[in-house]
Design a protein around this ligand. Structure first.
Ligand SMILES: [Mg+2]
Length: 211
C-alpha cells in the first residue's frame, strides 16, 4: 500500500518553522510571544488596534485584525517575525535531499518573507525550492484555515492528491488530510493516526522515505 502511494507523490510541501529546524531552538515560541506581546503592551497603539485585548485576540484570533480595512499587515508581520535565527545551523542532509529528490519542492509557511529568507539562508537551502508561499500570498489567512489552504492550491497549481505535506502542527495536518494530501508529522511525539500518515522526529528522517 505504502509503495503505491509514494509513486503518486510529485510534490513535497514543507512547513518551515519547527519543521525544517528543531523545535527546541525555541524560535517559533518566541514568535508567538512577540505576537501576544503586541496585545499586552502599548505596541498595539502603533498598529491602531488599542481596543483589542489579549483575551479578545486569543478568543477570536486574526479575524479581528482582518476587520480593519487599512490594517498594516506588512509592519505587523515584520514585528512579530523579527526573531533571532542565529541558532539555526546549516543542515547538510536536508540540502542533499532537496538537491537530489526529483519532486517539486514548495515552502508553505505562515511566516513573512523576511523571516523565511533568513531561516532558509541559515539552513543554506534558499535556492532549492521551486516555489515559496507565505502569509502574504495567502492574503493574511493562516493555516489551518481553509482560506489559506485554498489560496495555496489555487496559486501554486499543485494537486493535493499528488502531494506530501511535512508539518510540525497536527492541527494543520488534520486539514491537509481533508484535501487528500499525504501527511507527515515532524514531531518527537507520535501523531494521531486518523490524519497523520507518518510521524518522524526530524525532516531528514522523513525525507529518507522518498529516496
Ligand atoms: Mg511550523
Amino acid at each position: 500500500m505504502k509503495e503505491n502511494c509514494f509513486k503518486n507523490i510529485k510534490n513535497l510541501i514543507f512547513d518551515m518553522d519547527d519543521t525544517l529546524y528543531p523545535k527546541n531552538l525555541g524560535i517559533c515560541k518566541n514568535g508567538w510571544e512577540r505576537l501576544f506581546d503586541v496585545f499586552r503592551t502599548d505596541k498595539k497603539d502603533e498598529f491602531g488596534i488599542s481596543h483589542i485585548s489579549i483575551d479578545d485576540y486569543k478568543t477570536h484570533g486574526d479575524e479581528l485584525l482582518r476587520r480593519h480595512k487599512n490594517f498594516d499587515w506588512d509592519s505587523f508581520m515584520a514585528y512579530v517575525c523579527e526573531n533571532d535565527v542565529s541558532s539555526i545551523k546549516t543542515n547538510h542532509k536536508l540540502k542533499e535531499f532537496l538537491t537530489v529528490l526529483p519532486h517539486k519542492k514548495i515552502i508553505y509557511t505562515d511566516a513573512d518573507y523576511r523571516h523565511m529568507n533568513k531561516v532558509l539562508q541559515r539552513l543554506e537551502v534558499e535556492n532549492l525550492f521551486d516555489q515559496k508561499f507565505t502569509c502574504f500570498d495567502a492574503e493574511f489567512h493562516f493555516k489551518p484555515s481553509e482560506k489559506s489552504f485554498n489560496s495555496f492550491f489555487e496559486k501554486t497549481k499543485i494537486n493535493p492528491l499528488e502531494s506530501a505535506f511535512f508539518e510540525d502542527s497536527s492541527k494543520n495536518l488534520a486539514v491537509a488530510k481533508k484535501y487528500g494530501m499525504m501527511t507527515i508529522l515532524i514531531s518527537e511525539e507520535q501523531g494521531d493516526k486518523a490524519f497523520c500518515d507518518f510521524t518522524f522526529p526530524s525532516i531528514e528522517q522523513a525525507l529518507e522515505m522518498f529516496k
